[in-house]
Design a binder for this molecule. Structure first.
Ligand code: ATP
Ligand code: MG
Length: 443
């Protein structure tokens, strides 16, 4: 790594302007046409080089926030100290930020934890303040080249997540980076480079210093893009699971064969059902723990045991994390109604049609589908019938409408510490994970 970057010219890489959304191109060109440096930065460049479609397109520039605002009348500046520009095009937001430099450490200060936002800097400095080499690449709109100050191109080729700089320092500065390492490794199916991995295990308890809303947000983000099973396995391997999801860690520890525990099958099949909503993630993580507690299967567990199981196994977790009311209600409904799928014969006061018409029915049916994937049971033959009934009664349509109208914490465009307002909606800061509260008391 040096200040002399590797530059790959247009014909030496696969990133094409056609893959970049029009709004981002507009911002890049307008900055360039006014004499500023303008790069596509971060995850967008990484994903384009991997032939994946980026979740968002972020831009880095040497224009100051005020200068950016003067160029775009659809621009709002956010953040107090380090101001970011959000350039708005209807629902699309192009985040544009001025290049900044890494934090300078006071050698006398024992704690590296980064509390302040940084100062403006040069492009090279902006590359080095980023978290992982694969996230430190720039795409230059001036000549369509890819600029690499940090060795990200080689690591993309080798499929490696490697911290920029000393991994231990970087994790102490911002412990959430440890979860980001796991997220990228799990999502992209990359290996974590040895020293980065060793630092993860060494620094794992630092995670308790991260802000709670960010932590909760990052935990749920691990499950996007089918990455949940791999991510939880990495948390388990690194020991981070002990602090983040202590109940799950205890369950694995007590399991006679942790590598093949029922949990992994739930996470696997939940991903197959695109289970990315909070309630679906919580159910996939904790339903196997309830079965384990009663040493039973979905077709044999009683409604009563399901209810007690929720209160004793899941509620403590949801209290700690500050799961919104709506999600808690859904978790309860999804789980306690499972016995309906296994009940034989007619029941008084129960209508299958009314059941299938509920907005929460699709989520309930997903858990039933996962159950039938894992446990063979005669009830599995009804799966198609339930799906038909759901479509006929409109449960699927109602579910989609509900998801659109509720202030759904999962539908944010993105997270990170730049999105305080939206994070707070995801998890109110006054409700802390238990182990984190304990850590706060100890210190
Ligand atoms: P995703 O596809 O999930 O959005 P991303 O890499 O774009 O992944 P973001 O959270 O959107 O991640 O952040 C954008 C970029 O900002 C990252 O690629 C990285 O360069 C930088 N970044 C984000 N968070 C951190 C952090 N905690 N420390 C250092 N750099 C960060
Ligand atoms: Mg991003």
């Amino acid at each position: 790594m040096s200040d002399q970057p590797i530059v790959r010219a247009r014909h030496e890489h696969t990133v094409s302007r056609r893959q970049i959304i029009a709004e981002a191109l507009h911002v890049l060109y307008r900055l360039k046409d006014h004499g500023y440096t303008a790069y596509l930065v971060g995850g967008g460049v990484r994903d384009l080089l991997l032939q994946r479609s980026p979740k968002d397109f972020d831009i880095g520039t040497n224009a100051t926030p005020q200068e950016i605002r003067r160029l775009f009348n659809n621009c709002v500046l956010i953040g107090r100290r380090f101001r970011l520009a959000h350039i708005l095009f209807g629902d699309t937001v192009i985040e544009t930020s001025t290049f900044r430099r890494p934090p300078s450490h006071d050698p006398a200060a024992p704690d590296l934890l980064q509390t302040e936002d940084n100062e403006f800097g040069a492009p090279a400095e902006d590359a080095f303040r980023r978290d992982f080499t694969i996230n430190g690449l720039f795409y230059n709109i001036e000549d369509f080249s890819v600029i690499d100050y940090v060795g990200g191109l080689a690591d993309l080729d080798a499929r490696i997540v490697r911290a920029i700089g000393d991994p231990e320092v970087r994790f102490r500065e911002d412990p959430v980076r440890m979860l980001r390492a796991i997220r990228f490794a799990a999502r992209l199916d990359f290996a974590i480079e040895d020293e980065t991995m060793a630092a993860l295990s060494r620094c794992r308890r630092e995670i308790l210093k991260a802000s709670k809303p960010r932590l909760v947000e990052e935990i749920f983000r691990l499950f996007k893009f089918n990455a949940g099973e791999r991510a939880v396995r990495l948390l388990w391997q690194t020991g981070m699971l002990e602090d983040l999801l202590p109940e799950i860690a205890a369950y694995l520890r007590a399991s006679p064969d942790p590598e093949n525990a029922l949990l992994w099958r739930y996470l696997h099949f939940s991903a197959e059902q695109n289970g990315e909503e909070w309630e679906e993630i919580i159910v996939a993580l904790f339903f196997p723990l309830i079965l384990d507690r009663y040493q039973t299967t979905p077709s044999r567990i009683s409604c009563h045991d399901l209810q007690v199981g929720i209160s004793e196994v899941i509620t403590p977790f949801m209290d700690r994390v500050g799961v919104p009311r709506r999600v808690r209600d859904l978790v309860r409904l999804i789980i306690t109604t499972q016995y309906r799928f296994y009940a034989r014969g007619k029941r008084k006061n129960f209508s299958r049609s009314r059941f299938a018409a509920q907005a929460w029915f699709p989520a309930t049916l997903k858990l039933f589908t996962i159950n039938t994937n894992i446990f063979t049971d005669a009830a599995a033959e009804d799966l198609d019938k339930w799906q038909d009934l759901m479509r006929r009664e409109g449960g699927d349509v109602r579910a989609r409408e509900l998801a659109k109208t509720t202030g759904n914490p999962r539908r944010r465009r993105r997270g990170g510490k730049r999105h305080h307002r939206r994070e707070e909606r995801a998890a109110p800061p006054e409700t802390l994970p238990r182990s984190i509260e304990e850590a706060a008391e100890e210190s």
